[in-house]
Design a protein around this ligand. Structure first.
Ligand SMILES: Nc1nc2c(ncn2[C@@H]2O[C@H](COP(=O)(O)OP(=O)(O)OP(=O)(O)O)[C@@H](O)[C@H]2O)c(=O)[nH]1
Ligand SMILES: [Mg+2]
Length: 388
């Protein structure tokens, strides 16, 4: 191993790299060192994938979750499950060798308990995927409302910068404006949309309105913002019902309370679970942020727990869960040992797929290609390099 320290300029770095290549070195392929660690049995596939997640992590929560998986949090659970299943599978297969003598080496009650526990662990991991997705990819939030409700003002206030144009002219925002903010370690992709109104003759505005309607369906969460001074309770009810039809994840925000007062607004819209703010005066913005986080994660994100963030793991775990249910049903129905052994083998197959004990070249290629390319982080693999 040779470590070269040079001045920080990209030009100097490029020259050093060129000189090394000239002398016989080559650039490491994306994820090459991690792939080697995997092929040499130092990491399993979930740990190798976690390395890629650490490289691409952009919040403290995503980095911690990935770090936990890289240190083997997920692998340990799978390893334990696999070992227990192998132990029972061996005993059941042994019974098959003595099939004439009607003996039972594998304690069925103990096995049933083990399958039950494994089922609970698998279900917990599957449930963590939703949170895992939020941690890894963030959450999209569409800000929807009538023209002039204060959608763009809210976006600007949340971002703490004048990103979107704000004016008293209804129909100011035509196209969607998207920006990312980090609240409590979660990335929120805020989408400011064109105000929705029924009677517009402006073609461009109508396209914008259509886009806003699409965003209601496509976003993970919708904020319906209304002007407490001009909206009537009946209008609010109708709008909320329309949104609820398209996306169940929404909440209402009454804006411009600086002109009316939060108490009067709450009285006017009594019976509605709305949050009252002033986007312009920045009143109750912290409450709004808190509501967003609470809606996405109930309670604190405990990154110490094992959290599934990878769709490949999720799919395979669903198969593990199904196989465990089949084994359980088999035990309930007292099915013959050879059939039980088949179900166990199927379950083991899916676990091994996750850990990479069974893998094919295409899967490995796909996984290691997703590592950040070495052009950003030059690392070398010296092959017959002669540096003199
Ligand atoms: N008093 C008061 N005025 C506000 C508040 N929020 C927004 N406004 C004003 O309301 C007007 C419309 O604000 P925008 O943020 O452009 O509204 P919008 O919902 O984006 O409107 P469109 O893009 O036209 O759909 C502007 O004049 C803002 O200054 C608020 O909390 N209090
Ligand atoms: Mg706007």
């Amino acid at each position: 191993m040779v470590e070269i320290g040079c001045h920080g300029s990209p030009f100097v770095q490029q020259q050093v790299i060129k000189a090394c290549i000239h002398k016989g070195a080559r650039l490491a392929k994306a994820g090459e060192f991690t792939q080697r660690a995997f092929l040499n049995g130092k990491l399993d596939l979930t740990q190798a994938e976690a390395v890629a997640d650490i490289i691409s992590s952009n919040t403290a929560a995503s980095q911690k979750t990935a770090l936990n998986n890289m240190r083997g949090g997920f692998s340990k659970i799978l390893k334990e499950l696999r070992e227990n299943l192998i132990q029972f599978s061996a005993l059941i297969e042994l019974e098959l060798d003595f099939s004439q003598e009607d003996v039972e080496f594998a304690d069925r009650t103990k096995f049933y308990e083990l399958i039950n526990d494994a089922g609970s662990v698998t279900k917990e991991l599957l449930q963590s995927f939703q949170l895992g997705n939020v941690i890894k990819h963030g959450v999209s939030v569409a800000i929807i409302g009538k023209p002039n409700a204060g959608k763009s003002t809210l976006l600007n206030t949340l971002l703490n910068e004048n990103r979107a144009i704000v004016s008293e002219i209804a129909g100011t925002t035509r196209d969607t404006v998207e920006e990312i903010i980090n609240i409590d370690g979660i990335l929120f992709r805020l989408i400011d949309t064109a105000g929705i109104r029924e009677h517009s003759t402006d073609v461009i505005e109508l396209i914008g309105i259509e886009k806003s309607r699409e965003k209601i369906e496509q976003s993970d969460e919708v904020i319906y913002i209304f002007d407490v001074n001009t909206e009537s309770p009946a209008e609010l009810k109708a709008a909320v019902e329309l949104i609820a039809e398209k996306n169940t994840n929404y909440f209402s925000v009454g804006n411009k309370i600086d002109l009316m007062g939060a108490g009067a607004a709450a009285e006017k819209f009594a019976g509605t679970d709305a949050l009252y703010i002033s986007a312009k005066e920045k009143d109750h913005i912290d409450l709004l942020k808190q509501r967003l986080v609470d809606k996405i994660v109930s309670g604190n994100i405990n990154t110490e727990n094992t959290i599934i963030t990878n769709a490949r793991h999720y799919e395979a775990l669903q198969q593990v869960d199904r196989s465990l249910s089949d084994i359980k049903a088999g035990l309930d129905n007292n099915i013959p040992g050879d059939l039980l052994a088949l179900d166990i083998r199927r379950c083991l197959h899916y676990i091994s797929e996750i850990t990479g004990d069974i893998s094919n070249e295409n899967v490995l290629d796909y996984i290691f290609r997703s590592f950040v390319s070495e052009s950003n982080h030059p690392s070398f693999c010296f092959v017959n390099a002669c540096l003199c």
